[in-house]
Write a protein that binds this ligand. Structure first.
Ligand SMILES: [Zn+2]
Ligand SMILES: [Zn+2]
Length: 238
């Protein structure tokens, strides 16, 4: 039971910082926040992605390319061009690593990227990643009631890239389209996206990439947008 709760909370907190900070803020600059709050959200992205922390600048550059070249050969991750799940993840990871290298060497031209070199290095260091895995393992060690429950541990270890995979794969492969005129293969995978906080409305999002509300029809609910609205009311973002 505690393991399920642990996975549940880790899933949604990690997901929230991915959709809110990495996607809507870093990649699309859909809203602004002052430097204090940027550091706060950056820090919690590091905490909740933990062992699978993704560098916000690298994430943003790769995601902007995904929008510029959606479902063409230049798309860093399109299930139309890479049909094998393992190769799909290897290709995404390889392109991500190349971008991190480029960023660390100061060879990027893209603008409006949240940067915190100290925390980026910390999050990317193998020692820190191993430390997070040790924390997850200790939790499992303390709360599992049967040894088979350790099969869920990889979910925690690879949480960040796992969320990316679900969106990039299913969101461009299965579901319905509100905007069939779009030339890409983007889909809305779930009518009510309780699983990915709005990220699975890829067809809606590709139609209007800078609209912070990914829900377009009456029955669709974008939880990421609703939480963003709350932060707006609290004057944390504008
Ligand atoms: Zn997409
Ligand atoms: Zn996007």
């Amino acid at each position: 039971m505690y393991i399920l709760l642990f996975i549940f909370f880790h899933w949604y907190f990690s997901l929230f910082f991915q959709t809110f900070f990495l996607h809507r803020y870093a990649s699309h600059n859909m809203f602004k926040m002052n430097m204090f709050w940027e550091k706060v959200f950056f820090f919690f992205t590091f905490i909740f992605q933990g062992s699978s922390f993704l560098n916000p600048a690298a994430y943003a550059i790769m995601h902007r390319r995904h929008h510029s070249f959606t479902d063409t050969e230049k798309d860093p991750h399109s299930p139309l061009f890479i049909k094998n799940i393992i190769l799909f993840n290897i290709a995404t990871a390889t392109r991500y690593r190349e971008l991190v290298e480029k960023i660390n060497q100061g060879r990027i031209k893209e603008k409006n990227l949240p940067r915190w070199p100290f925390l980026e290095k910390l999050g990317e260091s193998l020692l820190i990643r191993a430390l997070f895995i040790l924390i997850y393992f200790s939790f499992y060690y303390s709360f599992t009631t049967a040894s088979w429950q350790y099969i869920f541990l990889p979910l925690n270890i690879f949480m960040g890239p796992l969320h990316g995979f679900i969106v990039n794969w299913f969101g461009h492969k299965t579901g319905y389209r509100n905007f069939p005129e779009l030339e890409d293969n983007s889909k809305n995978s779930l009518p009510i996206d309780f699983l990915m906080m709005g990220e699975l409305y890829q067809n809606n999002h590709h139609k209007k990439p800078n609209d912070i509300n990914f829900a377009k029809r009456l029955f669709e609910v974008d939880f990421g947008f609703l939480i963003s609205e709350l932060f707006k009311k609290m004057r944390i973002i504008y």
